[in-house]
Structures are given as C-alpha cells and as structure tokens.
Design a protein around this ligand. Structure first.
Ligand code: THU
Length: 131
C-alpha cells in the first residue's frame, strides 16, 4: 500500500464520521507491516467531551482485534486548508504502541505532509518510562 493509497483510505472514512456539532469530519487509516489497515472516523457526542477522534478510533480497533505491534504509518484526513495534525491526546495514545510511527497529515485538497510521531511528541512518556 502506498502512502497515497493510505491517505485515500483516510478520506473515505469521512462518510462515517459522526460530527453533528463540529461539522468537521476526520478520517484515519493505520497501516501495519503485514499490510493490514485499521480505519477510523471521529464520533462526537452531545456531551462534547465524550467525543473520540478518528485516530483513536483506529487505534482502538487495532488493539481490540489483537494488533498492538508493527504499526508503520497512520494517515489522517481533515478538511479545509490546514493539514490535519493529530491532537495531543492522540499523539500520546499512538506513542504507547508506535513511538516511531510515520504520520501523514492531509488537508482538504488531498495534499499531505509526512512527519514522525517523535517529531510531534518529543521526549514522550511511554511504557519504558515506567521501568
Ligand atoms: N479531530 C479528530 O478526529 N482528529 C484530529 O486529529 C483533530 C480533531 C476531531 C475531533 C472533533 O470531532 C473534530 O475533529 C473537531 O475538533
């Protein structure tokens, strides 16, 4: 799967986003080294703080299906002019399982930028920090 194809899968998740409050759909697609893809969308809630981001939806799908390792990249697709960088909570949740993850952040026109999770969350606190 190419990066471009992963970004496309993230955009395809906009159709499932539940965004009656922000009207800002976000899709995510998490790729593993054996070629599996776990997708996610944002799911909002009338109690606003109970919303979950697209990235964490994808993470929870992967982990709950027994896939905790070998994550290579995540594509995140928003809309509008800005690249859709993961929020702080999602950076932390991704760091738990894949501190070296490649992050592809896309904006509405399909253009995207690649950064590493380590760049987005320097000096992160992870499992090894507890040892
Ligand atoms: N959102 C995501 O799903 N991922 C991000 O990286 C940024 C924000 C969602 C949360 C909320 O449903 C909407 O975008 C507006 O903040």
């Amino acid at each position: 799967m190419t990066d471009q194809e992963l970004v496309k899968k993230a955009f395809e998740m906009h159709q499932f986003s539940y965004v009656p409050y922000s009207h800002f759909p976000v899709g995510a697609a998490l790729l593993t080294e054996d070629g599996r893809v776990f997708t996610g969308c944002n799911v909002e809630n009338a109690a606003y703080g109970s919303a979950i981001c697209a990235e964490r939806t994808a993470v929870l799908k992967a982990v709950s299906e027994g896939c905790r390792e070998g994550w290579t990249a995540i594509a995140i697709a928003g809309q509008g002019e800005d690249y859709c960088w993961p929020c702080g909570a999602c950076r932390q949740v991704l760091y738990e399982f894949a501190p070296g993850l490649r992050v592809l952040a896309a904006r509405g026109d399909g253009d995207y930028k690649e950064v590493s999770l380590a760049e987005l969350l320097p000096c992160g606190f992870g499992p090894s920090s507890l040892q």
